[in-house]
Design a protein around this ligand. Structure first.
Ligand code: HAM
Length: 424
């Protein structure tokens, strides 16, 4: 036998019944987003490398170490999207969407980062992302966060906590950065290898370090809050006031800096302790400078993305009904009856559009067809034998304890099925 081929490390298959679950969660999420007036945007999985290099930031881990970048046959540098915001802004500008005013958009699909795979961290992962463009005030920041709180409620997720911070304007950040570099330079000996590296390239990321040995040093570092301008402060205060009024608990984490360079003002993360180290399930913030940076007219914007793998891992294990393949299982005893079974299945699909009808294909005996029907999780088997065919009847065999097997007239079939499905 030839050797089996395997998926790329960190890139997973999603097979039934889990894939059914994914579809349901995606529908639940996009249903909530629609309630807030968000509309779907789709853009390619591959972009020219510039789209990400110019937006996410040259010195970030994503651009430096994690992108799947390659040259295509024309020698153009292309990249598999590591996130959606940059592509979304590119697409919004290219299609002139902002000419029609503010936009509320969402997208979902795979993203690619060459990180070290572990629980909750993959090389191909999936995000639902949301971007609101053209709105500058704190109201949209607050509405976005209220929307995420509603999402957790609809999905039945508990134990998520909200952390917020404000990064202020580019000017206040530059001032802070200067002070931070001076501070860490003064404590150069205490830094670990990674942080020394970050000191020259992206000093703010030192604040993100998970090294316990640096905890005290980081806690004493100059805080951005000391350098914040008045506008950013009041913006942040207004966002928090709406959350307080709506009863959305949150904590301000002055060390929340995010791993992408395009943020300004409000940033936030929803975090759980139930997933180990990869506990951030949803993250985002305001990026008022990005649209101009990508060649558009200066436009305020804010958004977030959530990792679907992480959300899926937080949900309770699948119930039995999620494993079922069908509601009805149709079978015939001989060649003629099997042909009639296919036609019967079509008729049932016409009559009961929301019902999953699986028709047995293959030459198995009635006994093994019934076994297969039982394994499928269907509630009722529909059996066509030669007698049924001749007399215009169908045998219904309830598979989940909804009474005795019975023969019914074809014209009364829908009624009987509805009754049986209702009591399954
Ligand atoms: P991010 O923080 O890089 O932000 O990713 C958002 C979420 O995607 C994370 O909180 C996590 O749930 C999930 N995620 C990220 N990397 C992985 C991975 N390797 N494996 C599994 N899940 C992962 C962004 O991507 C921004 N574009 C969010 C945004 C939208 N900001 C404004 N608009």
């Amino acid at each position: 036998m030839n050797q089996l081929l395997r998926a790329v490390r960190g890139m997973n298959d999603t097979v039934p019944p889990l894939a059914d679950r994914w579809r349901k969660i995606e529908a639940d999420i996009t249903g909530v987003l629609s309630q807030y007036g968000y509309r779907e945007i789709r853009f390619p999985i591959v972009e020219s490398t510039q789209v990400f290099a110019r937006s996410i930031g040259d010195t970030t881990d994503i651009v430096q170490k994690e992108m799947y970048t390659f040259e295509d046959r024309n020698g153009d540098s292309l990249t598999l999207r590591p996130e959606g915001t940059a592509s979304c802004v590119r697409a919004v500008l290219e299609n002139g969407l902002l000419q029609a005013g503010a936009q509320r958009l969402f997208y979902l699909g795979p993203m690619f980062r060459h990180e070290r795979p572990q629980k909750g961290r993959y090389r191909q992962f999936h995000q639902v992302g949301v971007e609101a463009l053209g709105m500058a005030g704190p109201d949209i920041d607050a509405e976005l966060i209220l929307m995420t709180a509603r999402l957790w409620q609809v999905l039945g997720l508990k134990n998520l906590r909200l952390e917020l911070n404000t990064l202020g304007t580019p000017e206040s950040r530059a001032l802070h950065r200067e002070q931070l570099v001076a501070y860490f330079n003064n404590h150069h000996d205490a830094l670990d290898e990674d942080s020394r590296h970050r000191l020259t390239r992206n000093p703010l990321r030192i604040l993100d370090s998970k090294n316990p040995a640096l905890k005290a040093l980081i806690a004493d570092a100059p805080q951005l809050a000391e350098f914040l301008d008045e506008e950013s402060r009041s913006h942040f205060g207004a966002v928090r006031a709406v959350l307080d009024a709506a009863g959305v608990a949150h904590t301000v984490n002055p060390h929340l800096v995010r791993g992408l360079d395009y943020y300004s003002k409000t940033v936030f993360e929803w975090i759980t302790d139930d997933l180990g180290a990869q506990g951030t399930v949803c993250a985002g913030g305001r990026y008022d400078g990005l649209v101009a940076q990508m060649g558009g007219r200066a436009t305020p914007a804010i958004g977030f993305a959530m990792g679907l793998e992480r959300l899926m891992e937080l949900l309770p294990p699948a119930g039995e009904e999620e494993a079922s393949e069908a509601d009805l299982y149709v079978m015939g005893t001989g060649i003629e009856e099997k042909a009639a079974a296919l036609a019967l299945a079509e008729a049932v699909r016409d009559a009961l559009p929301g019902t999953r009808v699986l028709c047995h294909c293959g030459q198995e005996s009635l006994k093994s067809q019934l076994k297969r029907a039982d394994r499928s999780g269907a509630a009722v088997a529909l059996i066509l034998g030669s007698e049924e065919l001749a007399a215009g009847l169908v045998t219904l065999k309830p598979l989940r304890g909804q009474g005795e097997q019975r023969r019914v007239a074809r014209h009364a079939l829908t009624e009987h099925l509805l009754a049986l499905l209702g009591s399954a």
